[in-house]
Design a protein. Structure first.
Ligand code: HEC
Length: 132
């Protein structure tokens, strides 16, 4: 009986812990490290590296308004991941799915794919939260 209670607490802690990833600013931190250099801290497409690129870096705050007021969640997820092949050749944007997977270490039975997807998801949630 005690055993079960202990397990239930562990599971609850795990679930609360993983929800916290979305609420505690993980996506914002990730954004500031990996994306702000080009897209800008305020996501207006004005990061310090933007001027060095041969094409212009898009602002990421108007993704919803460009899509009839609905945040294009799946499309943005796929765009950031980049592994579907559409961006694989000739895009300026790094293929984040590949990078995140390559740098991931698996722990607690998570695969590197799960780690990479989690990071991309938290980025998409962050972008969704800054739409104007
Ligand atoms: C090296 C500069 C650079 C970095 C770093 C970068 N991007 Fe981009 N991003 C671009 C450019 C340039 C485009 C325009 C299309 C293209 O070339 O792929 C773009 C396009 C996008 C788009 C599509 C916008 C639209 O209007 O459809 C999204 C979403 C995006 N980036 C998100 C991110 C996220 C999230 C990160 C960080 C994980 C990131 N970018 C990091 C340069 C960058």
């Amino acid at each position: 009986m005690k055993h079960w209670r202990f397990r239930a607490i562990l599971i609850a802690a795990f679930i609360l812990g993983s929800n916290a990833t979305f609420a505690d600013g993980a996506g914002e931190q990730e954004y500031n490290v990996a994306c702000a250099g080009c897209h800008g801290e305020s996501a207006m497409g004005d990061g310090p590296l933007a001027g060095l690129l041969s094409i212009s870096t898009p602002s990421l705050t108007g993704l919803s308004s460009a899509n009839g007021g609905v945040f294009p969640f799946d499309a943005i997820l796929t765009t950031i991941d980049g592994r579907d092949g559409v961006r694989a050749h000739g895009s300026t944007m790094p293929i984040w799915g590949e990078r995140f997977q390559a740098s991931a270490t698996s722990q607690r039975g998570e695969t590197t794919e799960m780690v990479a997807r989690g990071r991309i998801l938290s980025l998409v949630y962050y972008l969704q939260s800054i739409q104007q």
